[in-house]
Design a protein around this ligand. Structure first.
Ligand SMILES: [Zn+2]
Length: 415
């Protein structure tokens, strides 16, 4: 078996699940994650790397360059998973990074810049409801007070969870790294969607990472008896919410060229009953795009629709809460390095946005960052049947390696 695929199997032995059918569960700050990290640290030490765990629980393994004063070229992904996850999300990028270092050692390649493999912790929000904690801490985006208030479904606080794996939430900000510490960050990840497969491409070159604009709406109508209230007398909160939902679908179809998606993920009829006209509905809306202007067009149309529906149906629609995250663009220079590598090797590729969030999103706010995608069979992810073909994993590793080696040349400038 190929060494990288073998290592992927090894890291996936660190799971709290009992059998293959249940997939992999390696939650953030769990003992399984700690053990996986320990295995990785041992593997890196055997390669002669300088290995450490930072204050947030990220693992960093450094291979010195010819000039130790140059900023490092970093690469990696996350080692935690959701509940009953697949075997590739996160783990592939970490194992790929390990394999790049093994290959460079075997080939005796020396680089100008130091290289660093980073295995992030707590990328998934599965345990505590917050995502990408490790990379947020590294790029100084972490909100310590908010973290301290978190509790998992078993009642363990974020603070206690860290203490159990010998970390302290008080020190989490010490994981911050200065802009001059890194030259670039590159993450190999599975696509978790069907674009590459559908278009028969091997490599995805990520253009940017979409971010959500979220709204929490409360629709206030009038609760009344379903048997005695004539249709024309009703102020049905659910029908008003339904109109808004369909408008969102329509508007996101209009924004198709921008890959902007609008979703009503939660629609709750408060005190709903079969014989009652809904009087109050709460809805949660997620509008995601790589482009703020596209997202904003949908928001404008939604707000126009809200005014119209209020008048037509005699309901009141309040926006109780609204939050937006800025999308990030991947570094254009690194993207063109990656596409040039694909051209050289005769690999087919597709430039595409990422709809899902990743650690690269936080890294990009501080360092030139890029992502390489490999195809997910049927687009399945966060499920035991998540799968990427072995040959696609290996091609991804090859492209990652070439990218890292090019970036580690002191004559390659990013700005
Ligand atoms: Zn991931």
């Amino acid at each position: 078996m190929n060494q990288a695929i073998d290592h992927l199997e090894t890291i996936n032995r660190f799971t709290s699940t009992a059998n293959e059918k249940e997939g992999i569960t390696r939650l953030a700050y769990s003992l399984e994650e700690k053990e996986a990290k320990q295995w990785l640290m041992n593997s890196c030490e055997q390669l002669g790397l300088i290995v450490r765990e930072d204050a947030a629980g990220n693992m960093i393994a450094r291979r010195e360059g010819k000039d130790v004063n140059l900023p490092a070229v970093a690469f990696g992904s996350h080692i935690d998973t959701v509940y009953q996850a697949g075997r590739y999300d996160g783990a592939l990028g970490v194992i790929a990074g390990l394999d790049v270092l093994i290959q460079l050692n075997e080939e005796g390649v020396e680089t100008d810049h130091p290289l660093e493999l980073i295995a992030f912790t707590c990328e998934e929000s599965a345990r505590f409801g917050v995502s990408t904690v490790g990379s947020k801490a590294m790029a100084q985006q972490v909100d310590k007070a908010a973290l301290c208030s978190l509790v998992d479904k078993d009642g363990t606080t974020f603070t206690d969870a860290l203490a159990k794996v010998d970390l302290s939430v008080d020190a989490i900000e010490c994981a911050e790294r200065q802009p001059e510490a890194l030259k670039a960050f590159v993450e190999l990840h599975i696509e978790q969607a069907k674009q590459l497969e559908r278009q028969g491409k091997t490599i995805g070159v990520v253009t940017g990472i979409a971010a959500p604009h979220r709204l929490f709406l409360v629709v206030k109508g009038e609760t009344s008896h379903s048997g005695t209230t004539a249709m024309e007398d009703r102020h049905d909160a659910l029908l008003a919410a339904a109109e808004l939902s369909l408008e969102l679908e329509h508007q996101s179809i209009m924004e198709k060229d921008w890959n902007t998606f609008a979703t009503v993920g939660t629609l709750h009829v408060v005190n709903g009953a079969m014989n009652t006209v809904p009087g109050r509905v709460e809805m949660k809306i997620d509008i995601r795009s790589q482009y703020v202007h596209s997202r904003n067009r949908i928001i404008t149309k939604l707000k126009q629709k809200i005014s119209a529906v209020q008048k037509q149906r005699g309901v009141v629609i309040d926006i109780e809460h609204e939050e937006k995250t800025q999308p990030v663009q991947m570094n254009a220079r690194i993207r063109s390095l990656i596409t040039a590598i694909c051209d050289e090797k005769g690999l087919s590729y597709l430039s595409l946005p990422s709809g899902a969030g990743h650690d690269s999103m936080n890294m990009a706010r501080r360092w030139p960052t890029a992502m390489i995608f490999v195809p997910s069979v049927d687009g399945v992810s966060h499920h035991p049947s998540e799968y990427t073909k072995e040959e696609d994993c290996l091609v991804g590793i090859e492209v990652l390696k070439e990218t890292v080696v090019k970036l580690a040349n002191k004559d390659v400038f990013l700005s």
